[in-house]
Ligand binder design. Sequence first.
Ligand SMILES: Nc1ncnc2c1ncn2[C@@H]1O[C@H](COP(=O)(O)OP(=O)(O)OP(=O)(O)O)[C@@H](O)[C@H]1O
Ligand SMILES: [Mg+2]
Length: 287
Amino acid sequence: MEEKEKPGSEAAEKGGKEPEVVLEARGIDVSFGKTQVLKDLSLDVYRGEILGFVGASGTGKSVLLRTILGLNKKQAGTIRVFGVDLDKASDAERMLIDMRLGVLFQHGALFSALTVKENIQIPMREYLDMPQKLMDELARLKVELVGLAPDAADKYPSELSGGMIKRAALARALSLDPDLVFLDEPTSGLDPIGAAEFDELVAKLRDTMGLTVYMVTHDLDSLFSACDRIAVLGNKKVLIEGTIEDMLASEEPWVKSYFRGKRARQLDLKARPKPGQPTSQQAENRV
Ligand SMILES: Nc1ncnc2c1ncn2[C@@H]1O[C@H](COP(=O)(O)OP(=O)(O)OP(=O)(O)O)[C@@H](O)[C@H]1O
Ligand SMILES: [Mg+2]
């Protein structure tokens, strides 16, 4: 059997063994009334990788995310997370799985009436019974982890810049030290340098915390530089899964126009380092 190496997986990098699948979706159908959004969709996410999930606006990227998280109903298919079929999981099993997942939603990243610290503590309050002092200390660590200044912890979202809000939302997604994080358009609205810094942060967290990252994005820079693999949503299913090289070689019309279109051609592949190897421009702009 022909086996393709799956970058981002430790096993693949060590040469040989099949990497661990942390998320497996098979045959997923999702409809809203008579409108079918996803049809027979299948997808694998491997441990330790940054998977970029891309597709035209309105094709169902957020719907799939919400379906995986159990926030939308599916009409068919199975979703296994950490090897557990979510439809068959008991409430206790489901809770243990939910505790291992972190989410940065596309809209409404933070609760506006709560400070950053209080936002980060929401998952702690939901799942754990901890003294306030310990939660404060943990929230402080998360604020530091995502590169925010300590005084950001007591600020309200309205007092933060767009980039700071994204970082604070990431801190909340990391609140319980998850194994798998879902990021829905985390760099939308950021300038290219802010977006590159966010990508770098995500890659650093993947490396240091052993995270697996599922990142919905339209950001070609992120797809080229931060993602180990890419999955493309189209015609209600995953059209193609693979490396950036696979995307560049694809003759599928949407994939071709997205990755080899005018916008993509403006990107100089060679000038874009992998996260952790900042360009001199990024280094100059880093605060
Ligand atoms: N709760 C819902 N009820 C009915 N239709 C919905 C619901 N949620 C999503 N849809 C529809 O599903 C389709 C896919 O929406 P989705 O938000 O997943 O798109 P997307 O790929 O994330 O787009 P974008 O890139 O713009 O964020 C859209 O046509 C949307 O109107
Ligand atoms: Mg969306």
